[in-house]
Design a protein around this ligand. Structure first.
Ligand code: G6P
Length: 369
């Protein structure tokens, strides 16, 4: 059935609101007495245990999912991961596959031409391909050895929101399943991580309830020509995704950098009034990012920060705080924090008179290489 707006102003607003339920659907029934259930992988325990390398291949927002999944797979399963943009991978001469390499393609639509070409190339080299997709019966689903449907429901807005967060959760399930098969995680640890994942929907609901914070902060971008997004660790990816959302739908130039790299270039852009969005949750790299915020502010830039409830240090420094509730596992913060950046991008786009669902020049799925 065709998706309808159901009272929302646009599909982006509707799809942002649907994120908690999408993640609940994906997580339901995924833990039993043997641990994480991911039968969609269609691989024996023995084959899973033998995997010694994972290629994650995707485009656009789905590529950002791969960056988060890489950290989760490497941290939890201790298997080395290579992330590739499909459009780059397809023209690389040497592909470093081992006899036990698994390729995972991540594609909301399941129809992105570059991603499909990459999957065919991998299968041609004898590599098993597993697809994470949102579309039943899509080309990616049909052409892969195993497929996990994230079941986020039809995504109409060109800029991806609910598929992004659901795909990150799918990546987490895959990482846990692999960790288990590789003997890297005790059952109680697997269960604890699963519970952490199950806490995400309510945390996202809480962020959505705080949309007024994003609405207020949007004013910072009214006359801006450019914006810089900064984050560290897993939240450098949150910065990339926040900048992508902003430029896609508001046509405001936005660039994202790992915060520690700011001094090697982007700091030259800073001048009074320049907007900087810093993702600075309560985590192991918090204080390092706070130093970057101080450098930004010393140059007169206007800082909007995503920070964890109670962080008075950040609140006293910046113009606006987009507050997130505490997240048990800091590796899962990107799944919560990005929701503020989705809502922020939407408010900025609306303020600037843009059509948030159908940005110019972009297509929902790109079926040409
Ligand atoms: C297009 C869309 C993006 C999307 C990308 C990859 O560029 O506008 O939102 O992230 O394709 O799409 P996929 O369906 O493969 O995830």
């Amino acid at each position: 059935s065709a998706a309808t707006l159901g009272g929302y102003a646009d599909f982006m607003a509707k799809e942002i609101a649907e994120q908690p339920e999408a993640i609940e659907r994906l997580l339901a029934g995924r833990l039993d007495e043997r641990g994480i259930k991911l039968d969609e992988l269609s691989m024996s325990e023995e084959d899973l245990a033998a995997i010694d390398r994972v290629y994650l291949i995707a485009c656009g927002t789905s590529y950002h999912v791969s960056l988060i999944a890489r950290t989760l797979v490497q941290t939890w399963a201790k298997v080395p991961v290579i992330c590739e943009y499909a459009s780059e991978f397809n023209y690389e001469q040497d592909v470093l596959v081992t006899p036990h390499t698994l390729c995972v393609i991540i594609t909301q639509s399941g129809e992105t031409a570059d991603t499909l070409t990459a999957a065919r190339r991998m299968r041609g080299m004898g590599c098993k391909v597993f697809a994470i997709t949102n579309v039943l019966g899509s080309s990616a689903a049909r052409e892969s050895d195993g497929v996990l449907y994230v079941q986020a429901g039809p995504e109409v807005c060109v800029a991806s929101t609910k598929a992004y967060t659901a795909q990150m959760v799918a990546g987490a399930l895959f990482a846990l399943r692999l960790a288990q098969a590789q003997g890297q995680m005790e059952p109680d640890e697997v269960e604890r991580h699963y519970r952490d994942l199950c806490s995400l929907p309510d945390l996202i609901r809480e962020v959505i309830a705080r949309s007024w914070q994003d609405k207020r902060a949007a004013a910072v971008f009214r006359r801006a020509h450019s914006a810089l997004f900064l984050g560290r660790g897993v939240n450098s990816t949150t910065a990339y995704e926040g900048a992508l959302k902003l430029k896609e739908i508001s046509y405001l130039h936005a660039e994202a950098y790992p915060a520690g790299e700011m001094k090697h270039g982007p700091i030259a852009l800073l001048e009074p009034g320049f907007p900087v969005v810093a993702i600075v949750p309560a985590d192991a790299v918090h204080d390092k990012t706070v130093s970057n915020i101080q450098e930004v502010i010393a140059r007169g830039a206007v800082c909007v920060a995503v920070a964890t409830d109670g962080d008075e240090d950040v609140a006293s420094l910046v113009e606006h705080v987009l507050w997130i509730p505490p997240v048990a596992d800091e590796l899962l913060v990107p799944i919560v924090a990005v929701v503020h950046l989705q809502v922020l991008a939407r408010y900025v786009a609306r303020m600037r008179g843009c059509d948030v669902d159908k940005p110019r020049n972009l297509a929902k799925s790109v079926t040409v290489e």
